[in-house]
Write a protein of this length. Structure first.
Length: 120
């Protein structure tokens, strides 16, 4: 029995988009799908789940765009973590160098004071 779906493409797109937006508000994806399906009057949460799967595998729905953006943000995050590691290492190097210079200056002052005391 293959017929036209009783659900419009717009309703499908809106339902899939709403699940993506509300997913973090629910403990599981299934809970979000169940509530959104009830809200839109979709007979079965499984129907909405199938739409989500279809959109993830290459439909024109919103999730591929979200997936692309997520990948881009993850790459940017990795680059920033790398840059932060470099800056942290450089900061430690400069701090060690500064500490060494201060220790050397303290040693020079102490040595000069000792010479002054000995010469007297």
């Amino acid at each position: 029995m293959s017929g036209k779906s009783p659900y419009s493409d717009e309703l499908r797109s809106r339902a899939v988009k709403m699940v993506a937006e509300l997913r973090l508000s629910y403990p599981t994806e299934h809970a979000a799908i169940k509530d959104v399906a009830a809200l839109f009057g979709i007979g079965s949460p499984g129907t909405l789940r199938n739409w989500i799967r279809q959109s993830r595998t290459g439909g024109d729905g919103p999730l591929p765009r979200v997936s692309d953006e997520l990948g881009e943000l993850r790459r940017e995050n990795a680059n920033l973590r790398h840059d932060n590691g470099i800056l942290r290492a450089a900061s430690a190097l400069f701090a060690a160098e500064l500490h060494a210079r201060q220790s050397l200056q303290t040693w020079s002052v102490a040595r000069r004071d000792v010479r002054f005391i000995i010469d007297q």
